[in-house]
Design a protein around this ligand. Structure first.
Ligand SMILES: Nc1ncnc2c1ncn2[C@@H]1O[C@H](COP(=O)(O)OP(=O)(O)OP(=O)(O)O)[C@@H](O)[C@H]1O
Ligand SMILES: [Mg+2]
Length: 394
């Protein structure tokens, strides 16, 4: 630890020399008048204690003391008045101004050293105490911030659940109303055949959207309850990819979008893994890509990321040239019931569960899911998954 720094202020050189001799154990700065004293006290290396003469021309010790005590930067430096004055009134005045002690000349070297030692010790304790208070305050502020953000997160959760209930009751009610309404028309004896077929088609559509919705909810509930178990089976990767692309081609075509599948050379034909889950993730991503793109193209691309003798890690990419996702929203889209564009929601439908389901499934397949996107340029959803290689001849 560096030795404490003292500032000796006196207009008489001889007095300064005496004090400097007595206080050889300390790092000592000197000032020959009030101005200089203030300068040193406010410098980058302020003293730990000031020995201040009272009788000085121009600015006396009382004035210097008053200025130092009124300045927050120097207020805490202990000041000891050093003077030949012996009057009680002078001593009182000095202490009232905020000095910690009062030493009279001529000095007794060991008493001066002792007193200075005591005041420096006191200052050290006070500084340490202040530091502790600061640390403690900081801890309290941090604890309060954490508590506040937890509260906000909890409130957000409640809000999301309420919004979910509102959305879900609509999503359930609409197809159910169609099914109930149109099936009652079917009972009318003289309903023309064309209308009967039309109603049946409506009932069919509503039933399958209801089933899709219920399935999604069950899936999510299962992942949340950690009940999902992968069901590995041998499957043909290329066929699976061609299948999902074909499934979305009519929708893409209707919107005037081109849809491509990019396959690299040497892709293994047969792999073992949970093909249904893989298909589900790809469907969710392709459904989004088509839904959130109005011009341009959608592509599904894969590459072999790495392999061992028994495993194959594949990187899947679903690219679109759609509306994109602002950077600050790229995290939250993976949370349940998050939908960014209300206008899009109306035309695209959905509940904001697709990406949540994907985000939960992909790690089960040994991979990760992430997005790269630029607003109005498009998005690429990436994910990786690990599959077992089919043993030759099995
Ligand atoms: N390819 C994309 N381009 C732009 N925005 C996207 C894209 N994919 C997802 N998003 C944004 O993320 C939100 C959440 O997507 P998610 O798939 O979870 O829900 P959804 O598609 O709205 O509904 P669901 O998938 O349940 O039918 C979307 O509503 C949309 O705002
Ligand atoms: Mg979706």
């Amino acid at each position: 630890m560096p030795s404490p720094r003292l500032l000796i202020v006196d207009d008489q050189r001889s007095n300064i020399d005496v004090l400097r001799d007595i206080l050889q154990d300390y790092d000592r700065a000197i000032a020959l008048n009030g101005e200089q004293a203030l300068k040193v006290a406010r410098s980058k290396k302020p003293p730990d204690l000031i020995l201040l003469d009272i009788m000085m021309p121009e600015m006396d010790g009382y004035e210097v003391c008053t200025i130092l005590k009124n300045d927050p930067a120097t207020r805490d430096i202990p000041i000891i008045f050093v003077t030949a004055k012996r009057e009680v009134a002078d001593e009182t005045r000095g202490l009232q101004l905020g000095a910690v002690d009062y030493i009279t000349k001529p000095f007794n070297a060991s008493i001066v050293r002792h007193r200075i030692g005591v005041h420096l010790e006191l200052k050290r304790h006070r500084d340490r105490l202040e530091e502790l208070v600061k640390e403690r305050t900081q801890e309290l502020v941090e604890a309060r911030n954490i508590a506040e953000s937890r509260k906000t997160a909890a409130e957000d959760g409640v809000r999301a659940k309420n919004e979910f209930l509102a959305i879900i009751s609509d999503e359930l009610r609409n197809p159910l109303n169609s099914i109930i309404g149109f099936s009652s028309f079917l009972g009318e004896p003289d309903l023309p055949q064309t209308e009967r077929e039309q109603y049946l088609e409506i009932i069919n559509g509503a039933s399958s959207s209801l089933l899709g919705l219920i399935n999604e909810m069950i899936e999510l509930a299962k992942v949340e309850a950690r009940e999902v178990q992968l069901q590995p089976e041998p499957f043909d990767l290329v066929k699976l990819l061609q299948g999902v692309v074909k499934e979305f081609s009519p929708q893409a075509e209707k919107k005037g979008l081109t849809m491509t599948l990019e396959l690299p050379e040497g892709l293994p034909e047969m792999l073992t893994g949970d093909a249904k889950r893989l298909q589900q993730v790809l469907r969710h991503l392709l459904k989004n890509a088509v839904g959130f793109t109005n011009h341009g193209s959608i592509s599904l691309a894969v590459e072999r990321q790495s392999q061992t003798e028994i495993e194959e890690r594949i990187h899947f990419m679903v690219r679109d040239t759609g509306i994109g996702i602002p950077l600050e929203k790229q995290e939250i889209i993976f949370q349940e019931f998050t939908q960014l564009e209300l206008a899009f929601r109306r035309s695209h439908g959905g509940l904001g569960l697709g990406l949540t389901i994907c985000k939960r499934f992909v790690p089960l397949m040994g991979g990760t899911l992430w997005v790269e996107s630029a607003e109005n340029k498009g998005s690429t959803f990436h994910f990786t998954a690990v599959f077992q290689k089919e043993a030759v001849g099995s």
